[in-house]
Ligand binder design. Structure first.
Ligand code: NAD
Ligand code: DAU
Length: 350
């Protein structure tokens, strides 16, 4: 197995959990974290492991070919786990080209570098592309996304991730690059940037701001605790079959409004506020354009072939997540200053 692993996007939400898992679990590996530190990248996420002897940080943009060549030359990675991306659907509606640059062109740039650096001798090499269930589009009331569901993306974000998935498979089929892919459902947990539903609403409940529920609130997502996604990435990286795709999900569907009410109830209890305080903040707002009605992953392939399954229930994971945000107010204060405020004003007004 590869022992020098280049992980892109390691300063972000999921990437930081993957880095921590690999650095702690595999002391004989060398883990290189390549991240451009966009608004979503935050080295505070990795304070606890930043001095580990098997960890290195490289600030670089995946669009920068010279930087990628230097990093491959310096560290000689034999594995890549690619998470760097623009990841927020609402931002993709405001600035679609940013998503094309990083998610599509950046991914192809990374594929090219790996292919050229590995000089078409791919023994012992692995390129793992981390993707999303949003590439499959939207489900009706029933059914699940499987690995063979036809791609049908609706947002600039999901279209850019779909394009990147196609390029990864094309590099496997055309050049024989040893790739593996996974498509995961909605993650939640510590270090989640508060532009996404759960951390945004936790922050707004703490600060007493409105909870902007899009449309009728009956949109459904399948939620997975981020540490379970990191464990699944570890499993796929080490045991997944080359050329294969694995769907990852929590078997845990929630309509947005039900999830928001559960969050309000748990937070009223934890904050010692009267029951019903949080729910009073719920405000229905204009819908997201192209909003996918329902996502639900069939994760039976990774379960049956690789033995992975989620380790925590949603109630446990959500409770751990709320506790983390309440215990890490400084982290929250740092990330919601500066450019976050401009984005918030543009997206929600006021
Ligand atoms: P995130 O936005 O929290 O982090 C993205 C990271 O990538 C940041 O650290 C950022 O600085 C870095 N980055 C962005 N552009 C870059 C560039 N051009 N060069 C180098 N680094 C760059 O994202 P996340 O939620 O942690 O998602 C990570 C990956 O997992 C993404 O590929 C996303 O599509 C995928 N995914 C996310 C979810 C989810 O629910 N968050 C679910 C399934 C799949
Ligand atoms: O499904 C996987 C995807 O999940 C990942 O690929 C994306 O990177 C990740 O951001 C996430 O996308 P979503 O669009 O599903 O996540 P978000 O947290 O933005 O929204 C979740 C649901 O909540 C969605 O139906 C929109 C709704 N929503 C979101 C926000 C930010 C609201 O009702 N109000 C809001 O303010």
């Amino acid at each position: 197995m590869p022992k020098v692993i280049l992980i892109t996007g390691g300063a972000g939400f999921i990437g930081s959990h993957v880095i921590r898992l690999f650095v702690n679990k595999y002391p004989d590996y060398r883990i290189i974290n390549l991240d451009a530190l966009t608004y979503a990248g935050n080295l505070e996420n990795l304070r606890d492991i930043e001095k580990a002897p098997n960890y290195v940080f490289e600030k670089a943009d995946i669009l920068d070919t010279t930087a990628l060549n230097r990093i491959f030359e310096t560290h000689q990675p034999d594995g890549v786990i690619h998470l760097a991306a623009e990841s927020h659907v609402d931002r993709s509606i405001l600035s679609p080209l940013d998503f094309v640059y990083t998610n599509v062109i950046g991914t192809v740039n990374l594929l090219n570098t790996a292919r050229e650096f590995w000089k078409n001798d791919f023994s012992g090499k692995r390129f793992y592309h981390v993707s999303t269930d949003e590439v499959y589009g939207a489900l009706g009331e029933s059914g699940f996304f499987t690995e063979t569901t036809r791609y049908d993306p609706h947002s600039p974000y999901s279209a850019s991730k779909a394009a990147s998935d196609h390029f990864v498979r094309a590099y496997h089929d055309t050049y024989g690059l040893p790739v593996v892919l996974s498509n995961c459902s909605n993650n939640y947990g510590p270090n989640h940037f508060p532009e996404k539903l759960i951390p945004l609403f936790i922050n707004n409940i703490i600060t007493g701001k409105p909870l902007p529920v899009y449309g009728d609130g009956l949109y459904t997502r399948d939620w997975l605790f981020v540490k379970d996604h990191a464990a699944a990435i570890d499993t796929v990286f080490h045991n997944g079959k080359t050329g294969e795709t694995y769907n990852i999900g929590g078997f845990n569907e929630w309509k947005n409004i039900d999830l928001v009410k559960l969050l309000c109830r748990l937070m009223d209890e934890k904050l010692g506020r009267p029951a019903g305080t949080g729910e009073k903040l719920i405000t229905y707002v204009k819908d997201r354009p192209g909003h996918d009605r329902r996502y639900a992953i069939d994760a039976s392939k990774i379960n049956q072939e690789l033995g992975w399954k989620p380790s925590v229930t949603f109630e446990e994971g959500l409770s751990l997540t709320i506790d983390w945000y309440m215990d890490n107010k400084e982290w929250l204060e740092h990330v919601v200053s500066g450019s976050y405020l401009e984005y918030y004003k543009q997206q929600y007004g006021g």
